[in-house]
Design a protein around this ligand. Structure first.
Ligand SMILES: [Fe+2]
Length: 289
């Protein structure tokens, strides 16, 4: 009889438990401190398929967390957030127990889609998680595109959305000069008035799957379309793209890390935790090319 090696005895198999919605899965059996290039590729294939994945019960220092992100691509650009002094790629998503400001990121969006090269991936690490509320909603935009009528698919084909950070981060925006008492380190700026075009229907650069790429947070118009017509269409699409069949509601726990694919998901914060602090650490990862 040969006893199993301790490492074999202790090593848990990697398991993927889908959420039951069209996107979202929980991954057990991975210690994210022990990342390798081959494990990162294995995880990449999983999150490309599941779109958002959660790793509960991780024990990472901020150094380890920032190092972990580097396995998945170059760090993303992070305008309008002041990052941590010793960790230039980590921003705090913070809300204090007694904070009265409007909830941050409650509107649907894909992170920084107003940039020329928006982040492929966002990572969040739950540091302080309230006992109630604070779920994150994800809306599967590949499923939303797939369920569109053929007429609408044809109508959107080849159209470019106009993206801008102005509704949020310009001086007149939601987090601009009128936004007082917020604990997050947001830096609003006139540069948020800039616009950038992206296809309304994006072909995912890694999977080839077609997906809607627009949001009420950052899509302010449609290029070469009369504005009244564009706004009518956008409002119709905003309501459609975040409707129930496409939603996964994610519940947090302390020590949980999530990764999600901004190219095929919109997301939105929810409240319901007044009187409790909430703190997550965010890193964005740029596309590989
Ligand atoms: Fe976000």
């Amino acid at each position: 009889m040969f006893p199993a090696q301790p490492s074999e005895t202790l090593k848990m198999p990697l398991t993927v438990t889908p959420s039951g919605a069209t996107c979202g899965a929980t991954i057990h059996g991975v210690d994210l401190r022990a990342m390798t290039s081959s494990l990162a590729e294995e995880l990449r294939a999983i999150w490309l398929k599941q779109k958002v994945v959660a790793f509960p019960d991780q024990k990472l220092t901020l150094d380890e967390y920032q190092h972990l992100a580097s396995f998945f691509g170059p760090f993303g650009e992070d305008p309008y957030f002041r990052t941590l002094p010793d960790h230039p790629h980590i921003a705090e998503i913070r809300r204090e127990a007694d904070e009265k400001t409007p909830l941050f990121a409650e509107g649907w969006h894909s992170d920084w889609s107003f940039l020329d090269k928006p982040p492929a991936l966002t990572m969040l690490y739950g540091a302080v998680i309230p006992p109630v509320g604070g779920d994150t909603l994800y809306a599967d935009q590949a499923a939303a595109y797939d369920a569109l009528s053929d007429e609408m698919k044809e109508h959107l084909d080849g159209r470019m959305g106009i993206h801008s950070a102005r509704r949020a981060y310009s001086p007149a925006g939601a987090y601009g000069e009128r936004d007082k008492g917020r604990s997050m380190a947001i830096v609003y700026d006139d540069s948020a008035m800039a616009t950038h075009l992206h296809p309304l229907v994006l072909t995912h650069p890694e999977t080839g799957v077609k997906t809607l790429y627009l949001s009420p947070g950052y899509t302010i118009g449609i290029h070469n379309m009369d504005d009244a017509e564009a706004q009518k269409l956008l409002f119709e699409l905003y309501a459609y793209q975040s409707s129930e069949p496409f939603i996964y509601r994610h519940t947090w726990s302390a020590g949980m890390v999530t990764f999600w694919d901004n190219r095929t998901l919109n997301h939105a914060a929810t409240g319901g935790y007044d009187g409790h602090q909430r703190l997550l650490h965010r890193i964005t990862v740029a596309p590989r090319d």
